[in-house]
Ligand binder design. Structure first.
Ligand code: NAD
Length: 371
């Protein structure tokens, strides 16, 4: 199979969909990989590294789209990219169709095959191609929080881990899933006193078993949050209710309970945020202040660490890419029900129920259109 790896063109996107190691694995199995010139540069991978791995480097991205059976990307295709796609071509990337009407309609018209990272499930029902980015965002949340607590960044001037004789900062993590656990792990590793809240008692039991001693768990309720806010230096928002907007767990009024110069990192901002005063920010301008509390609400946190994020993403996507390349998309999807859930569109038909419902479009079950 011919696999295309274009440079990402969405603003501020520095990741690339495949490392040279991924190219090497595909080439070893007899496939060809076309990589756009300088496509991996922002992630730290040079053209020479790709060439040494066996890729062909092409200057014209249109040539990559024209020649490839499958395009592997990171972000949803931009309008100029959809124009280059062709019927029957597989595009494997994050699409998030249900949040983007124009993208959905344009991709239907292209008649290409959309396999979306975000809807692929593993045999446990979790989302293996979203997990690595949640791990990155969670770990970054603690790091960014520590940074903005510094006085020169507008924070309270508190060192997250304290020092002998001076108590550490208090970090409250709302949500004990992938983001929350990774955030808590890093904050605790730096020495902070961490409290994790969740509404899933079984999850709290697990966390209590394996998290370090300086992490305690509490049930997530408005009264528990209010009780803690006056002592919290860093609040990390990491809740998710699948398919729904994040619940507002910290209202504008509750911010008044926090000390000036405390920091909120609302990672759940991409689902509307779990802090009422949160709105999306960018890496160029990541923070703003409300009631004296610094808000960091970058919607694409992994974009700041493209080297790590690219490798983490390729680790997760490569087995699926290899499967499609070896078996062809139809057999690959049919061989794995969780992978089949990744199929969002084929030949102009919508095969993902959530996407069809979002825009009142006809729904065609994947099994019925894949023959
Ligand atoms: N900003 C970014 O760059 C970025 C990157 C990755 C993920 N995210 C977002 O981070 C959020 C968390 O992702 P995740 O992978 O950790 O999800 P997850 O499903 O692993 O964890 C979410 C947790 O929230 C808990 N929860 C639900 N309601 C709650 C409540 N009222 N109080 C406390 N906890 C509650 C759930 O029980 C679950 O344990 C999502 O919105 C995700 O889209 C953002």
């Amino acid at each position: 199979m011919i696999i295309g790896v274009p440079r990402e063109i969405k603003t501020n996107e520095n990741r690339v969909s495949m490392t040279p190691g991924g190219v090497e694995a595909l080439v070893a199995r007899g496939h060809s990989v076309l990589v756009e010139h300088d496509g991996g540069l922002n992630s730290g991978f040079t053209n020479d590294a790709y060439k040494n791995a066996g890729a062909t480097i092409l200057n014209q991205v249109s040539e990559i789209w024209a020649k490839s059976d499958m395009i592997v990307k990171v972000k949803e295709p931009q309008p100029v990219e959809i124009k280059m796609s062709k019927p029957g071509q597989t595009v494997f990337t994050y699409f998030h169709f249900a949040a983007a009407r124009d993208l959905t309609l344009d991709f239907i018209a292209s008649k290409a095959t959309a396999i979306a990272y975000e809807t692929v499930q593993d045999k446990h029902g979790t989302l293996p191609l979203l997990t690595p980015m949640s791990e990155v965002a969670g770990r970054m949340a603690a790091q960014e929080g520590a940074k903005y607590l510094e006085h020169r960044m507008g924070g309270r001037g508190v060192l997250l881990g304290g020092v002998p004789g001076v108590k550490p900062a208090v970090a409250l993590v709302l949500g004990g899933g992938i983001v929350g656990t990774n955030a808590a792990k890093i904050a605790a590793g730096l020495g902070a006193q961490v409290i994790m809240m969740d509404v899933n008692l079984n999850r709290l039991r697990d966390l209590d078993d394996f998290m370090p001693k300086n992490v305690m768990t509490m049930y997530s309720s408005a009264s528990n949050i209010k009780e803690l806010l006056p002592q919290v230096d860093l609040l990390i928002g990491a809740v998710l209710i699948p398919g729904a907007k994040a619940p507002n767990l910290v209202t504008r009024e509750m911010l008044k309970l926090m000390r000036k110069g405390s920091v909120i990192v609302d990672v759940a901002v991409d689902q509307g945020g779990c802090v009422e005063t949160c709105h999306p920010t960018t890496h160029e301008n990541p923070t703003y202040e409300v009631e004296g509390v610094i808000h960091y609400c970058v919607a694409n946190m992994p974009g700041a660490v493209p080297y790590t994020s690219t490798i983490a993403l390729t680790n997760a996507t490569l087995p699926y890419v290899i499967k499609i390349a070896d078996m062809g998309p139809v057999k690959a999807l049919q061989s794995d029900p969780g992978f089949m859930l990744g199929l969002n569109m084929v030949d102009g038909k919508v095969t993902c129920k959530a996407v069809s419902e979002a825009f009142d479009l006809d729904y065609s079950p994947a099994a019925s259109v894949l023959t």
